[in-house]
Design a protein around this ligand. Sequence first.
Ligand SMILES: [Zn+2]
Length: 77
Amino acid sequence: MRAVLRFVDYKTIRDPLGEVTYQARCVSGNDEECGAESMVLGGDEAVNDWMVEHTAQTGHERFKRTFEDYALVEPKS
Ligand SMILES: [Zn+2]
């Protein structure tokens, strides 16, 4: 029970100093995924632009997007 009570005393927030990054990978293809990957980008606009460009060039329309951020765990005030 003690562990549960300790857990309640903390909260997690997004670290405002940590960069949020985005990346997309093309998963189009029937037998084999295309697998083309964007660079790790600093905004969802940039990753959207990359996907639109890839679709325009290849006709591929399905992507997997990955988001990363930093989190802080702080005592509840
Ligand atoms: Zn592709």
